[in-house]
Design a protein around this ligand. Structure first.
Ligand code: FO1
Length: 314
């Protein structure tokens, strides 16, 4: 069943992109909007890098590197290695040769005065992505990670350079006080029949979206199903630091705590069959297989989630 509903998905990087692909297979593109985390974005080598936007864009365009889940398939790093050889430039952030085209083009559009929303619209359309990709904001809102070992780190330093091994003390969304929700995000949310929170890292990928000024108010003013999908399966993260961060923040690593984290926003929660049930909760919940290894898994989870939400009205 393909629903005739407008669906907005709040999404971060690699984990969220899997559900995005599943949804894109069963929902017409004109009814699908992705509001994407840009807290991971940074200026690097003079270029604006937007990893989560690119991960979703490349994934939906069928261009993503399937082994990494980010970057372009069949890419090389000759330019980066040459920068290092000739000029001693650091290579910890692996920018591929083909991927550089995206960063060059985006940086040029931004320098010409286009907003990130407009740059993303043009670029995703060029790559044949018909669903709407919207950055969470046009304002720069870099995520900063306070660590025990190194003090405050930029997101990509923490995530890539130090491979999320430093012990996390706190997270800050720099610039959130002066940020604003874009008219495109606001009207997508106000027109949505369903809002989904992808199984992205709640603290690193979804929290920046919720920290944009006006985002929480817009979400809590909606009278539609708002459903989060658990990023934890069997008490562990599929990939990445979600479970590690929960422990470091002094929380028990359970799906119930993820649901609690979203409590002011969501009215439904997709838990995994391998997790403990949430127990006493006012939330509507369902337990599904949320592990998305194959294309079938992605489509099945998207379909089962939408079928379940559709049944609320019955
Ligand atoms: N992730 C890595 O683990 N190592 C990298 O060198 C790296 C480079 C990179 C370049 C462009 C891009 O769009 C993404 C890249 N990523 C890399 C992924 C990215 O750092 C993270 O997956 C996200 O920011 C977290 O969602």
């Amino acid at each position: 069943m393909a629903l005739d509903k407008d669906i907005v998905v709040l999404v971060g990087g690699v984990g969220g992109a899997k559900l995005a692909v599943g949804l894109a297979q069963i929902v017409p593109a004109r009814q699908l909007t992705f509001v994407v985390n840009t807290g991971d974005d940074f200026w690097h080598l003079g270029l604006r890098i937007c990893p989560d936007l690119d991960t979703i864009m490349y994934t939906l365009a069928g261009l993503v590197n399937p082994d990494l889940g980010w970057g372009l398939k069949g890419d090389s790093v000759v330019a980066l290695e040459t920068l290092n050889k000739f000029y001693g430039v650091d290579t910890w952030f692996r920018l591929g040769d083909k991927d550089l085209a995206t960063h060059l083009h985006r940086s040029r559009l931004l320098r010409c005065g286009h907003s990130l929303t407009e740059a993303t619209r043009r670029m995703s359309r060029s790559l044949g992505v018909d669903a709407a990709l919207l950055p969470m904001s046009d304002d720069e809102m870099p995520t900063k990670i306070e660590t025990v070992e190194f003090g405050e780190l930029g997101f990509q330093e923490y995530f890539v350079k130090y491979r999320w091994q430093p012990v996390l003390k706190s997270i800050r969304h720099a610039g959130c006080e002066s940020s604003s929700i874009t008219s495109q995000v606001r009207s997508a949310l106000r027109g949505a029949d369903i809002v989904l929170i992808a199984p992205s890292n709640p603290w690193l990928s979804v929290a920046p979206i919720l920290a944009v000024k006006g985002m929480r108010d817009t979400l809590t003013s909606l009278d539609v199903p708002i459903v989060a999908v658990t990023p934890l399966i069997g008490g562990a993260a599929v990939k990445g630091p979600a479970a590690k961060i929960m422990s470091e923040l002094g929380q028990e690593v359970t799906a119930a705590n993820i649901a609690k984290y979203y409590t002011e926003i969501i009215n439904g929660f997709v838990n995994d069959t391998r997790n403990e049930p949430l127990g006493h909760s006012d939330l509507r919940t369902i337990q599904l297989n949320t592990l998305m290894k194959t294309e079938d898994d992605k489509r099945s989870l998207a379909q089962a989630t939408l079928n379940w939400i559709e049944s609320w009205g019955a």
